[in-house]
Design a protein around this ligand. Structure first.
Ligand SMILES: C[S@@+](CC[C@H](N)C(=O)[O-])C[C@H]1O[C@@H](n2cnc3c(N)ncnc32)[C@H](O)[C@@H]1O
Length: 368
């Protein structure tokens, strides 16, 4: 299967289809295996028969889509439309964005392991579609390696697990733990999960827990992971529905009233979104396990909005959406935020939904 360019354009792919069609029309045998590979009904045909047959531009586009691992030209076109949505291009300075992430997680690495919540979510991400003995696993944004260590046990000595992260603080913790546990089938690498150097078709499982929201172009990242998976391989991640986490959700609505996009939890967000993104990346066998969860928070606590400050996380966005926003606009946003809290206030407080979705897709197995 061919790898798509990082920012593919439809024109580029249309041109590939035109070139293929011209090869067929000119009688160039170089195109015959490509056509046979797509259309199994041509398998027994000679080169001469293929070159003499009808081959429209639509046929050529179908071959190109197939070469990139898509079931149809329409599916490939849809991926290109999605990947170019403004939603996935809100990080305009990648280095600066990563610096904010690593500053934060380098500091958090000291006590990150105290978070039972993150551990539970990470292990659950593996639980619903675990690796088998002997398999190769990639843990993207491994943090302190919860998934990586767990999978190293599951795949056993014949398997192998690699954990990648951009935070050296988090990776130092992984290496400390590895020195104690001495697992020969586990390694950690400093790398950006959106731009990995592994060969295509390398892994049986790719997991990404508690970190999908950090990807600057989630649609492109899913496609990248698809290419790194072997045929039949599985990607699994947890996604926070857009209605989850009251503070972030209310901040998003309040900021929208003053014309500021705060995309927190939107890209992976809801079931339809997650399915569409996975299918557009080429995955099939979509699975989603919803884990409803939540608690009431005191209305006063809800009114203290952690996301309406420049210091707060703004996953998927850089520069920070609140940079250069006037005090006047911030006051209006604050008022809208308070109104949002009042709208949801009950005798018990405000419902803080913490539902998680565990989402999976499978790369189709090769044709026999
Ligand atoms: C909340 S932690 C999750 C860690 C671990 N997966 C877990 O569930 O415990 C988020 C991690 O994502 C990492 N991260 C964020 N963006 C990344 C990227 N583009 N590539 C690799 N790691 C990234 C951070 O450095 C941090 O360690």
């Amino acid at each position: 299967m061919k790898s798509l360019p990082k920012r593919p354009e439809l024109e580029f792919l249309k041109k590939e289809a035109r070139v293929l069609r011209v090869l067929q029309m000119k009688g160039d045998p170089a195109c015959c295996d490509r056509i046979r590979d797509y259309d199994t009904s041509c398998e027994a045909m000679s080169d001469a028969d293929i070159l003499a047959g009808k081959f429209s531009i639509n046929d050529a586009q179908r071959v190109i889509a197939h070469e990139y691992g898509y079931a149809s030209w329409a599916a490939l076109k849809k991926y290109i439309e999605l990947i170019n949505l403004p939603l996935y291009h809100m990080v305009t300075d990648r280095q600066g964005y990563h610096r904010t992430i690593t500053d934060s997680y380098d500091a958090r690495s000291k006590n990150y392991e105290n978070s039972e919540w993150h551990r539970e979510v990470a292990l659950t991400t593996v639980k619903y579609w675990p690796p088998e003995s002997g398999q190769l696993v990639l843990d993207i944004a491994t943090g302190t390696g919860t998934i990586a260590f767990h999978c190293a046990e599951l795949v056993g000595p014949r398997g192998k697990v690699v954990g990648v992260d951009i935070s050296t603080g988090m990776l130092d913790k992984c290496r400390e733990k590895l020195a104690e546990r001495k697992l020969a089938n586990l390694a950690f690498t400093h790398a950006d999960g959106e731009q990995l150097d592994f060969q295509p078709n390398s892994f049986d499982r790719i997991y990404c827990a508690n970190a999908i929201f950090w990807m600057s172009n989630l649609q492109a990242a899913l496609r990248h992971w698809y290419e790194l998976l072997k045929p039949g391989g599985v990607v699994g991640f947890n996604a926070t529905p857009s209605s989850s986490f009251f503070w972030g959700c209310a901040a998003r609505k309040a900021l929208a009233t003053v014309g500021i996009d705060f995309i927190c939890n939107i890209p992976a967000g809801d079931e339809a979104n997650a399915r569409e993104m996975l299918e557009c990346a080429g995955f099939t066998n979509f699975r989603l396990h919803a884990a409803p969860n939540g608690r009431y928070i005191a209305t006063e606590d809800a009114k203290d909005p952690p996301f309406l400050t420049l210091q707060a996380y703004a996953p998927g966005q850089y520069p920070h959406p609140l940079e250069d926003v006037s005090d006047e606009t911030m006051q209006l946003a604050q008022q809208a935020y308070n109104a949002e809290v009042d709208k949801h206030a009950t005798e018990d407080g405000v419902w803080h939904d913490m539902t998680q979705y565990y989402v999976y897709g499978q790369k189709p197995a090769d044709r026999e």
